[in-house]
Ligand binder design. Structure first.
Ligand SMILES: Cc1cc2nc3c(=O)[nH]c(=O)nc-3n(C[C@H](O)[C@H](O)[C@H](O)COP(=O)(O)OP(=O)(O)OC[C@H]3O[C@@H](n4cnc5c(N)ncnc54)[C@H](O)[C@@H]3O)c2cc1C
Length: 436
């Protein structure tokens, strides 16, 4: 096979998506450069260390099913196989996950309300498909929907359920039959309903260790500041540098990519502005004692700002020094909301106060508290999502841009899916640029 022309691929972003594209292009000796704004590679999968405690940016577990990714991760790091059993904090009661199957600990009055509203729920398909709120009410009845998933949605998706579409639900929410609801309400049983069964986590170094092979990449320009992109001339303006390309791959957030275009297009700007995403605040707490919690737990209470809290030690014992433990709380908000130091301090205090209130930690055992803000966490699937995303992607497709990864393609992709989308894009570029 021979290269058709002088190919040079520019890849924006050195997270797992960009690194994967580059890795497979390098295997075929296709010239490529990664442009990364940070001083290190890894993106959201970059783990971090405080003293001898290891944390990830939000809880990360590999749910990979595809053998290509599984083998690649395996070559990068040895791992532990996990069988987590998360639970839920509802008011001041602990309930196994998924809560609809384990309502046993609730008071009788509340169980009756849930069962009654389940039996009188609107099951009509046309009603349910309209939005996530209807879907939830149709699946579980009004009472459970309002008190559990709808409350959680406001915390995790930073919007009301009625603003979300239903396209993203797929396997993520478990429906329940009347008998299972009844059984779980009156018999203390456990039913494993978590949607993933094959879960892995690196033995040491945090989730980032799965990127070990990908990070051996010499093509990255770090600390880059992208000024704009001239799609007609296929030139990238980077500080005082100009980089020419034949193919462009973007893994950076789609709205930001759209705004970098030299060609100004009002519709493009309009749609870029419509795309919504959550930002995440992560509060990592080191403890000088070993505490016992589940691998993670979900929180429904409105006055406890964190949506979910995980225990790094439950993923790998090497995430904490011996005899110590840690927790990391995740708080989500609309990423267009301004976040200042006062707000960060408020959520930090709210997290610690509630952890103490629910007797999960003691104040005197806190060794450190670290707080980080991540501007991009979860793409929000609201009513504008499909139209605006499709407009932008189709606009740039005509200019031969490929979009890869969670924020590049603006979709709900896990790390293994980012890897696979990176590999597929490298293969597409190979096909386009080689003459047989
Ligand atoms: C709360 C949460 C929990 C998750 N849990 C899991 C899980 O359990 N398992 C799992 O597999 N996945 C999980 N994920 C998903 C996983 O984190 C992502 O799929 C993956 O990290 C996305 O990688 P990426 O390379 O597409 O994006 P990123 O990691 O964001 O990489 C993009 C890169 O582009 C760079 N960049 C951005 N803007 C610019 C610019 N203007 N110029 C140059 N560079 C730029 C960034 O610095 C970054 O390095 C979770 C995500 C979240 C938010």
């Amino acid at each position: 096979m021979k290269l058709k022309k002088k190919t040079h691929v520019v890849i924006l972003g050195a997270g797992i998506s960009g690194l994967t594209v580059s890795y497979f292009l390098n295997q075929h000796k296709i010239s490529n450069t990664i442009i990364e704004k940070d001083k290190v590679a890894g993106g959201l999968l970059k783990s971090f260390k405080i003293k001898d405690f290891v944390f990830d940016n939000f809880i990360h577990i590999s749910h990979a099913k595809n053998s290509v990714v599984k083998n690649f991760f395996k070559k990068s790091s040895s791992y532990f196989k996990l069988k987590p059993k998360p639970n839920n904090l509802y008011k001041d009661t602990w309930i196994d996950h998924s809560p609809q199957f384990h309502l046993y600990p609730l008071k009788l009055g509340e169980k009756i309300k849930i069962i009654y509203s389940f039996l009188t729920r609107k099951k009509n398909k046309g009603y349910r498909i309209k939005n996530y709120e209807n879907w939830l009410k149709g699946a579980y009845g009004d009472y459970f929907a309002k008190n559990f998933p709808m409350k959680y949605t406001e915390k995790y998706w930073a919007t009301k359920s009625r603003n979300l579409s239903t396209s993203w639900i797929k396997f993520r929410m478990q429906e329940i039959s009347f008998w299972d609801l009844l059984k779980g309400s009156f018999v203390k049983i456990f039913r494993d309903t978590y949607y993933s069964s094959d879960m892995k986590y690196p033995k040491s170094g945090g989730y980032e260790s799965f990127l070990k092979l990908l990070k051996k990449n010499k093509n990255i320009i770090f600390n880059s500041k992208l000024n704009f992109i001239d799609h007609t001339k296929k030139k990238i303006y980077l500080g005082k540098k100009i980089i020419k390309y034949t193919n462009l791959v973007s893994t950076i957030p789609l709205p930001e990519f759209s705004n970098l275009s030299k060609e100004k297009n009002k519709k493009l700007k309009f749609h870029a502005n419509k795309l919504r995403c959550t930002a995440g605040i992560i509060i990592s707490i080191g403890l000088n004692v070993d505490i016992n919690t589940r691998t993670w737990f979900y929180i429904y209470n409105k006055d406890f700002k964190a949506s979910r809290i995980y225990a790094p030690k439950k993923l790998s014992k090497n995430n904490c020094p011996k005899g110590k433990s840690s927790l990391q709380a995740e708080i989500f908000l609309d990423n267009k909301k301004k976040v200042d130091d006062k707000y960060l301090k408020f959520v930090k205090n709210n997290t610690v106060d509630n952890l103490i209130k629910y007797k999960i930690i003691k104040k005197e055992n806190i060794e450190f508290i670290d707080i980080k803000f991540k501007k991009y966490a979860n793409v929000i699937f609201d009513k504008n999502y499909d139209t605006s995303r499709d407009f932008i992607i189709n606009y740039f497709k005509k200019l031969n841009v490929d979009f890869v990864g969670r924020f590049g393609s603006w979709a709900y992709l896990w790390s293994d899916q980012c890897f696979m989308s990176g590999k597929a894009t490298a293969q597409k570029i190979l096909r386009e640029n080689f003459n047989k």
